[in-house]
Design a protein around this ligand. Structure first.
Ligand code: COA
Length: 383
């Protein structure tokens, strides 16, 4: 049976940092309150960058570390709740920007658990042999879906992207076990409407009136807090049992970065020291689906993972959803990113994308090839 190994990782933060003090100028809050209740001091927010661009940057870095060509990628999954479009998917745009010409691509919606869901989907595809190499990305521009008048939510979130490259091999290791969970009955405690529902002229009075449906996060903070502190220890215990290991065997837990107090409470329930959890929420905030792969990259950079270590990813969030994976960290020492040539290739990809778009529109104008239906009608006329 094939094993799915993480062979590359990369992350991207937009350069603009937003401090608690800056937020306290627009809502009634303070740096002291935010740090004490959440552990967050600052976060990054996009100025002009898109979710697609951030996802591409993270993926390009992960591919450089994996030292593979984008043409080897069979599958691109982007976990996001903040895509530019429902379609085309962020993943398809990233696939084209990477020049991953043999890959399938789709977006995945599981809120802050999305990256672990994506990792499991890619792992299962690799295990069947259908896919050899997959890029799994979490990317979010949370700053664009916040109500900046609501101090209960706008202080929590940040923007960014993280990615890993997974590759199949017969060598044991890599993703050892995964578990996905959902409880839709709790959907109302943490939600973000996907589509602005425009009034439909034929349906009198049906649907929301203009301005009623704002696409912003709505959250019952205390209920989410209780949910998270309950499910993290539960799913960590379940997934290590499935992997056939004990909590003592785990070198590091990389959790979804929501809040320091949530992690401290989960560590207590698990009976382990909180420093076994890797935390970067202090400067990243909650970047939803991007938070685990970003934290993973920072953990690697900080030397917190050695070859053969066992690491757990645990995500939780809207849906409600939660998920965990156990991974044997067997990546080689090939951490050097040599972006020069790859960057040139990605530059050319942009031109290639534009050329294809132009070609398509010219072909459409000059007639191109008729649809099967048009061809049938033509044949009918000739009879
Ligand atoms: N600054 C100052 N005061 C604030 C505030 C802010 N940013 N946000 C809320 N408050 C106030 C409330 O208005 C309330 O005041 P009141 O007692 O006068 O009514 C008081 O602080 C306590 O509010 P409460 O909501 O009970 O605070 P809390 O201790 O639960 O902390 C959260 C709020 C949001 C930090 C906390 O509930 C939390 O972290 N929840 C989980 C959120 C999360 O991680 N979501 C994403 C999961 S994927």
């Amino acid at each position: 049976m094939k094993h799915a190994h993480i062979i590359g990782w990369g992350h991207y933060f937009p350069p603009r940092e937003l401090s608690n003090d800056e937020i306290s100028k627009v809502v009634d809050t303070s740096d002291e309150w935010i740090q004490a209740r959440t552990g967050i001091a600052s976060r990054h927010i996009v100025e002009t960058e898109t979710t697609t661009q951030m996802a591409f940057e993270a993926a390009a870095r992960a591919i450089a570390i994996a030292d593979i060509s984008p043409s080897e990628v069979d599958l691109v999954i982007v976990a996001t709740s903040t895509p530019e479009n429902m379609f085309p998917s962020t993943a398809s745009q990233v696939q084209a920007l990477l020049g991953a010409d043999s890959a399938g691509a789709f977006d995945l919606s599981a809120a802050c658990s999305g990256f672990v869901y994506g990792l499991d989907m890619a792992t299962q595809a690799i295990k069947t042999g259908a896919v050899r190499t997959a890029v799994v990305i979490g990317a979010e521009k949370m700053s664009r879906v916040l109500d900046w008048d609501d101090r209960g939510t706008c202080i929590l979130f940040g923007d960014g992207a993280g990615a890993v490259v997974l590759q199949g091999s017969n060598i044991p290791g890599g993703v050892m076990a995964s578990m996905l969970r959902s409880d839709g009955s709790g959907g109302n405690v943490l939600s973000l409407p996907a589509v602005y529902e425009n009034p439909v002229p034929f349906l009198n009075g049906s649907g929301p009136k203009k301005g009623e449906n704002r696409n912003v996060i709505d959250m019952e903070g205390r209920q989410v807090f209780r949910f998270a502190t309950r499910v993290i220890p539960q799913i960590v215990n379940e997934v290590i049992e499935q992997a056939g290991i004990a909590i003592e065997d785990v070198a590091l837990i990389v959790p979804h970065q929501a809040n320091t107090r949530i992690i401290e409470s989960a560590a207590k329930k698990l009976g382990i020291n909180p420093n076994r959890f890797f935390l970067n929420v202090n400067h990243a905030g909650n970047t939803s689906a991007a938070s685990i792969p970003i934290a993973l990259c920072e953990a690697v950079q900080a030397g917190r993972l050695k070859p053969n270590d066992i690491v757990i990813f645990v995500g939780f969030g809207g849906g409600l959803t939660w998920a965990a994976s156990v991974i044997r960290w067997d990546a080689g020492p090939n951490y050097q990113d040599n972006p020069g040539i790859a960057r040139m290739r990605y530059g050319l990809n942009r031109y290639r994308m534009r050329y294809r778009q132009l070609h398509r529109s010219v072909m459409a104008r000059i007639g191109g090839s008729p649809t099967p239906n048009a061809r049938l009608k033509d044949a009918d006329k000739k009879k």
